[in-house]
Design a protein around this ligand. Structure first.
Ligand SMILES: [Zn+2]
Ligand SMILES: [Zn+2]
Length: 1065
């Protein structure tokens, strides 16, 4: 592994200088001495882009990407715009004038949402697998160090320092056999001072001796630790540099030299996207290309392994991960474990948690950043998160615009900015957020951009100075820095404000030029127009919600009263459900005025108050829920009429031939998959409840903010249409497997007793109905009749299905005693129960009077009259696992020891919380329902892009579900007749009905939208006059160079030429 990587690295460096670009075809015909590299190149399965052309790509291409068996089968390839982005990203990482330590390498991948940024980034990571970051510069005064070394070579006291440096090797030896211990003792004898004349004349010769002796025996990471110790040791010897080492810059270099360099790319992703990344890698990266050939894994073919390539925080090694993804709470592995991987994927929540730990520690130990002693510094470095202990090859922050939105002082941002990595990328389809039409837009976005430059460590506008410039010019002979001003964050900010922000806002050409220069250097951007995708179809649904008659008449009555005043009106409003308490201020402000106007004005004011009530909101939710479920049902019927759904065998991109000619309409037979989207969690939850009434719960997935495990599970269900879990052997009930170990069954079981006082357990499915008051006189009744309003309007027949929060002890129920029951597993016989310890359970029930947790799902009582339906009284309910508590008496089979199984589910609805929508790949979605209109064009584009993206094979219907209150014609008449001094109209206000296909701005009429489209600044065919001092015009001007066709004699790209020229020198 090590040799292969070294060779690879050498070769890559070589080729990067002499022939930076090869065709994929060239790559395949490469004859190489190294068999392992040759073999790995053979995995570069595709030789052409999806448009059928052969382009030049940087060596060694993108091994592993889109070369899983499925991808090869479906002929997947990178899109032309992805190759262009990769070309630009390669340049951003390598074409910088100075490739030394600390220069800016990376940028912002800002391809529009839906253009496959994840795949593009995965390809980039694949192309550099095995490379290590450049080492930070040596900056010690060698003469001074050697002088001290000479003094100490003969000194016995010095022995302690040497042994301290060797500690990692000693620790290793202690865990090994006697042979290792002997080796260590031998090493100590050789390197412990005093030295004879001529032995180890320099510190370096000592260091090399240890390496030469121990390399190949002691694990590499132990040697890295040793190396760190030597660095620290060296710093101690060089007294004169101490002051420099305390400066921001010095600390940075010291810190980074002290970190362990690795070839790993760290990807930080929003929690909701962890599943997405895992899924994309699993589907589109052939991990075997990167696996260590020496690591054999049981069960793998030909000894090839995909183990040790991808680590997903909370899941572990991807090769052993289960799908749907199961996320668990687990500690992050040590830095030494992480550095072995090519990819490490970590969610934001881990950063937050790390941050809290760090804070807590800081509170305990005092502010460690103020510590200047080396011991203190290194001790703290070791205590820190393993994310901070490594010098990563690359860091990628997905949906990284959040770094720009947050103030730099924000803890998470600060932590991420602190992570050391040679190459730094922000991934975001909307690098800057805000309403393009707002006057504040430019100013806000420029602030956001500067924060992103801080993360990128931009030379001029980021926090830290270029570390590469630390040479003899930067600090003088006394070890102090000549020029400290660049070290300060404030300075970077004011430089940005002066050179860019103010000038650009004042419409000065210099500001535009500088902004363009900076962004062109760091930003890689493609727009949707660069790719032909089936256009989304925007629709508006207008539903009327009838205001209940009694509400209308009460208001009309109140308004018609001769004397209306606050005292008479407030109680009426309260009766209608208006929360007088919380709305007090508004009511006292508005009502008196409306009372003065009287008539229709007062009517409007009153009904307006009613619209804020929960009562009315419930009607709205119900109407939206019904509309959505009707629409989905209709779409399904319609699809069946066209021959039923046809499953695309792969969600991977279609083949090149069909790329431009995706046809839909009648031929679009994608299965119906609908997303219900809202930014109001409450509204979403309520509408979801109504959807549950129309569909089975297996049809609906819900993505709410919460534990990653739940989010991944729900997304997996929606995507894959299957669930994982265990069937309880006792009750036969299903238990979802969402990452937690399943120890016991969590299905609820009810304890009930009948007219004769016999007590037994029933499953909720057996409840035929709850008994209402109309049966109060029934002589067979046991328990209390149930008021159906308590069931929140649900019928008494659904008692067993409603949430248990509506159940009450003592409720009278009618249950179905059939066994077998059509929905349930047949109950075990009395003998079987006996063999599992039921007699002991009966004893326990007697001891505790049946009020304890005992009881068992034994055979049901049989009645003399042969009746299958009996009245019972509900005594209590609890989880099946609690009833059959193993520790107490039960010895039979349990959920814990039942194997996990996968069940197919028809999940076609996803209820999506707006906060989690960013970045999700839902290209297979056919319908998107918005519970509230989105007027912000950028947001609408983001939301639409969940489905309108690469891989989608048909248009997505984006439908806003608008709700309008509707009054009886009679009431309207009456309200109109009421004399009024005001003519305020309460009915429908204007609504936007048309959306521009290019910029997603909304318009009131289709005509207006069409007029706009002619001059829309994002319409490639428009005759728009663009304001050059709007940020969008800069974005428009940034266009990554297209990939270079193989055989193209004179590439057009200027930057590419520059690179080639340098390579020739
Ligand atoms: Zn159970
Ligand atoms: Zn437009």
């Amino acid at each position: 592994m090590e040799t292969s990587h070294q060779l690879h690295q050498a070769l890559t460096t070589l080729t990067a200088h002499y022939f930076p670009y090869l065709t994929l075809h060239d790559l395949h015909s490469f004859r190489l001495a190294s068999k392992s590299i040759y073999n790995s190149l053979q995995y570069t399965e595709y030789t052409k882009s999806r448009d059928g052309n052969d382009y030049l790509v940087p060596f060694p291409g993108f091994p592993g990407i889109l070369s899983t068996r499925n991808d090869i089968h479906s002929g997947a390839g990178l899109f032309c715009h992805q190759l262009a982005s990769l070309h630009a990203m390669h340049l951003a990482e390598n074409a910088s004038a100075n490739l030394a330590f600390g220069s800016l390498r990376g940028g912002i991948l800002g391809d529009a949402p839906g253009l496959g940024k994840t795949i593009t980034m995965l390809a980039l990571i694949c192309s550099t697998a095995g490379l290590k970051p450049v080492d930070p510069p040596e900056f010690y005064d060698l003469a001074s160090i050697n002088q001290h070394w000479q003094l100490m070579r003969g000194n016995v006291v010095f022995r302690e320092e040497i042994l301290k440096a060797l500690r990692p090797i000693r620790d290793w030896a202690a865990q090994q056999d006697s042979n290792a211990a002997r080796l260590y003792r031998e090493l100590c004898r050789e390197v412990c001072p005093p030295y004879v004349e001529g032995r180890f004349p320099t510190l370096q010769s000592f260091e090399w001796h240890v390496y030469s002796k121990m390399r190949g025996i002691v694990p590499q990471y132990r040697l890295d630790l040793f190396r760190r110790n030597v660095v620290r040791f060296k710093a101690g010897l060089d007294k004169r540099n101490r002051q420099f080492l305390r400066s921001t810059m010095g600390k940075r270099i010291l810190l980074e030299r002290n970190l362990i360099p690795c070839s790993t790319t760290l990807v930080i992703v929003p929690d909701a996207l962890l599943e997405h990344w895992a899924e994309q890698i699993r589907r589109h990266v052939n991990l075997e290309v990167f696996a260590d050939p020496s690591s054999f894994h049981r069960g793998d073919n030909n000894g090839k392994s995909s183990h040790g390539v991808v680590y997903i925080d909370g899941v572990g090694d991807l090769s052993t991960a289960r799908f749907p993804l199961n996320h668990m709470q687990m500690p992050l592995p040590s830095a030494f474990q992480l550095m072995g991987y090519v990819f490490v994927i970590v969610p934001f929540s881990r950063i937050k948690e790390r941050n809290q730990n760090k804070k807590r520690r800081r509170d305990d130990d005092g502010d460690y950043t103020s510590e200047i002693t080396f011991d203190g510094y290194f001790k703290n470095a070791m205590l820190q998160s393993s994310l901070l202990q490594l010098r990563w090859f690359r860091i990628v922050v997905d949906e990284g615009h959040e770094l720009g939105e947050n103030e730099a002082e924000n803890d998470v941002t600060k932590f991420i900015n602190e992570i050391a990595a040679e190459r730094r990328w922000v991934l975001s389809g909307t690098p800057t957020t805000g309403d393009e039409d707002s006057t504040e837009f430019n100013s806000q976005c420029l602030d956001q951009l500067q924060r992103l430059l801080i993360f990128l460590r931009h030379e001029m506008y980021g926090i830290l100075p270029p570390l590469s410039s630390v040479d003899s010019n930067t600090y003088n002979s006394k070890g102090t820095i000549k020029d400290m001003k660049h070290c300060r964050k404030k300075q970077a900010k004011s430089a940005w404000d002066n050179n860019v922000k103010t000038a650009f806002l004042n419409k000065q050409e210099s500001g535009r030029e500088e902004l363009y220069r900076v962004l062109n250097e760091v930003m890689v951007m493609h727009k949707k127009e660069d790719l032909s995708l089936p256009k989304p179809i925007f629709k508006q649904a207008d539903i009327n919600v009838h205001v209940p008659f009694d509400v209308q008449s009460k208001i009309v009555e109140a308004v018609s009263m001769d004397e209306s005043n606050m005292d008479t009106l407030l109680p009426i409003l309260s009766e209608l459900g208006v929360d007088i308490g919380t709305r007090k201020a508004e009511l006292h402000n508005l009502l008196p005025r409306a009372i003065k106007s009287g008539g229709q004005a007062l009517f409007d004011a009153m009904i307006h108050q009613y619209f804020y009530t929960d009562n009315y909101q419930k009607l709205v939710d119900e109407a939206q829920g019904n509309y959505i479920s009707d629409s989905i049902k209709k779409a399904k019927i319609n699809l069946d009429a066209r021959g039923g759904p046809v499953l695309n065998s792969t969600s991977a991109p279609i083949t090149a031939a069909t790329d431009k000619t995706i046809d839909f309409g009648c031929n679009d037979r994608r299965p119906i998959k609908a997303v219900v989207y809202s930014s109001s969690l409450l509204n979403l939850a309520d509408v979801t409840e109504y959807l549950h009434l129309s569909f089975k719960s297996e049809n609906i997935a819900e993505l709410n903010m919460g534990r990653i495990a739940n989010m991944s599970y729900e997304l997996g269900r929606f995507r894959n249409g299957k669930k994982e879990g265990k069937l309880c052997p006792i009750c036969g009930g299903w238990n979802d497997y969402i990452g937690k170990k399943l120890m016991s069954c969590y299905n609820l079981i009810m304890e009930v007793s009948d007219f004769s006082g016999r007590t037994f357990l029933v499953e909720p499915q057996r409840v035929l109905r709850a008994v209402g008051f109309d049966e109060e006189s029934n002589p067979n009744l046991v328990g209390n009749p149930v008021d159906f309003t308590r069931l929140q309007g649900e019928s008494l027949y659904k008692y067993g299905l409603v949430s248990q929060k509506h159940w009450r002890v003592g409720d009278a129920l009618k249950v179905d005693m059939r066994d077998p029951h059509p929905l349930l597993q047949k109950r075990w016989s009395r003998e079987v129960w006996k063999s599992y310890g039921s007699e002991k359970c009966v004893d326990l029930i007697e001891t505790y009077g049946g009020l304890g947790r005992d009881g068992y799902l034994g055979p049901l009582p049989v009645y003399d009259n042969g009746s299958n339906e009996v009245f019972v009284k509900l005594n209590k309910w609890q989880q099946c696992g609690k009833f059959h508590g193993r520790s107490r008496w039960y010895t039979g089979p349990t959920v814990e020891h039942t194997p996990i199984r996968t069940e197919v589910e028809d999940v076609f609805i996803l209820c999506l919380d707006a906060a989690l929508a960013h970045g999700l790949d839902l290209s297979f979605v056919t319908h998107l329902f918005l519970l509230e209109p989105i007027d912000d064009a950028a947001l609408l584009e983001q939301v639409t892009s969940r489905a309108h993206r690469l891989g989608s094979t048909g248009p997505v219907i984006v439908e806003t579900v608008n709700v309008w209150p509707e009054l009886d014609p009679k009431t309207s008449e009456k309200a109109k007749k009421l004399t009024s001094t005001s003519t305020h109209i309460s009915s429908r206000t204007t609504t936007c009905t048309a959306v521009c296909d290019h910029c997603y701005r909304s318009f009131e009429t289709i005509e207006k939208a069409q007029i706009h489209e002619k001059t829309c600044d994002r319409n490639p065919d428009s005759a728009a006059i663009i304001d050059p001092f709007h940020l969008s015009s800069i974005y428009r001007d940034i266009r990554p160079p297209p990939p270079i066709l193989a055989g193209q004699a004179h590439p057009i790209d200027r930057r590419f030429n520059g690179l080639k020229d340098r390579a020739k020198m």
